[in-house]
Design a protein around this ligand. Structure first.
Ligand SMILES: *Cc1c(COP(=O)(O)O)cnc(C)c1O
Length: 389
């Protein structure tokens, strides 16, 4: 017998706040309850056909069966370069300024290893996608939480970060359109971020996972289109949400060559790139027929309206999101994030995510994902009406 003990980096992980909810969901399902799951941010829609066909063709080509290039196929990175030019009028040098990723989560999780030493501070939003803070801790860094508050339109207030934190801060994560708050960023905010980064010598890592999931004609700005952004930061991107490709594991980071180069060095020592047939399909996603984007936006707009209108009729003050497939709203008075999520599950068979699970400033909020059909969302609203809280 040996003693098997996990490393300190695992022991220091925050408790998994959704464990209790997961247990209750499993229990409800085992009792035969027809659970409506609005918990996870994973599109229910299939990957468009042209992309699947391209993968099928490419998968049978022996030249793609060998180890891929560590940093990504040139053809894929060149397609990313063309995407940035068309989408955001940003000129990139694809070989130095783009690295392909096994999903953007992979790059987000690895980037602190390239730049963060023990004790360095990384500024992370809160509430947020949990990977920013955890990747920081895995690299020996200290996450410093920047609260995203409603009164600031869920943008961090950079002016209140203490000087001693700024002296130790080396990197900042941002994510707009934002998960979980659904908030958009303005180019004005990004300009402030570039000035702040230059003044305090902080690398910016912007997570742009929801860039194309925007409604009512809104076009989310890329961080890289901000003047000076290429000197201070990079942007993470993914095909997951845009083309319903969460299972395929393909994304990229683009921007400052030194930051991209550091991430590439870490990756070349850890993984061996993305299956090239998937990268070929990724080029098809970016450059093939884009009707799928209009269809996707139409579907989420309809779903959003069903859910938001329904919640408002119940007296819940839900904002209609301009982007992302999340509805982020304050639990009715008398409820916390957790007690309201528990009520929804126990009395209505609805899984929603308690906002405090994304960080303390999310307390009081609940997140619902628009990842079920319009009919199921209407059914969810009906069930909430019947609880009559
Ligand atoms: C879904 C999501 C991602 C990423 O996903 P990949 O599938 O790893 O590309 C990244 N950031 C946020 C905020 C997300 O919600």
């Amino acid at each position: 017998m040996i003693t098997i003990e996990q490393a300190d980096r695992l022991k220091q992980l925050p408790p998994y706040l959704f464990a209790e909810l997961d247990r209750k969901k499993a229990e409800a399902m085992s009792r035969g309850i027809d659970v409506i799951d609005l918990g996870v941010g994973d599109p229910d829609l299939p990957t468009p056909d042209n992309i699947i066909k391209k993968l099928a063709e490419a998968a049978s080509e022996p030249r793609y069966h060998r180890y891929p290039s560590y940093t990504g196929m040139n053809a894929f990175r060149e397609a990313v370069g063309r995407w940035y030019k068309k989408r955001a009028a940003v000129e990139l040098e694809p070989i130095q300024e783009v690295v392909s990723l096994i999903g953007s989560k992979e790059g987000i999780a690895h980037i602190p290893l390239a730049f963060i030493n023990t004790g360095d501070v990384v500024l992370v939003p809160s509430p947020a996608y949990p990977v920013y803070a955890i990747a920081t801790m895995f690299a020996g860094g200290i996450p410093y939480e920047m609260p995203l508050l409603k009164e600031n339109d869920f943008l961090p207030d950079l002016s209140v970060i203490p000087g001693d934190i700024l002296n130790k801060a080396k990197m900042m994560f941002l994510n707009y359109p934002n998960n979980p708050t659904a908030a958009p960023a303005t180019l004005d905010f990004f300009r402030t971020v570039v000035g702040f980064a230059e003044k305090h010598n902080i690398m910016i890592c912007h997570d742009f996972a929801y860039s194309e999931m925007a409604f009512d004609g809104y076009v989310p700005p890329s961080f890289l289109e901000t003047p000076g952004a290429m000197d201070v930061g990079i942007e993470f991107h993914s095909l997951s949400k845009t083309y319903n490709m969460t299972g395929w594991r393909i994304g990229w980071a683009a921007g400052n060559a030194k930051i991209i180069g550091g991430l590439g060095r870490i990756k070349s020592n850890i993984d061996s790139g993305i299956f090239e047939a998937i990268q070929v399909a990724g080029i098809e996603a970016l450059e093939g027929d884009q009707q799928c984007l209009a269809d996707m936006r139409h579907i989420y707009t309809e779903r959003r309206d069903v859910l938001v209108d329904g919640l408002r009729k119940l007296g819940i003050n839900a904002e209609s999101p301009k982007a992302t497939f999340y509805v982020w709203f304050e639990a009715p008075s008398g409820y916390t994030s957790s007690t309201f999520a528990a009520l929804l599950l126990e009395k209505a068979g609805i899984v929603a995510t308690p906002g405090n699970g994304f960080g303390a400033p999310g307390e009081g909020y609940v997140r619902m994902a628009l990842t079920v059909s319009r009919e199921r969302l209407a059914e969810a609203v009906d069930r909430i009406v019947k609880i009559g809280f």
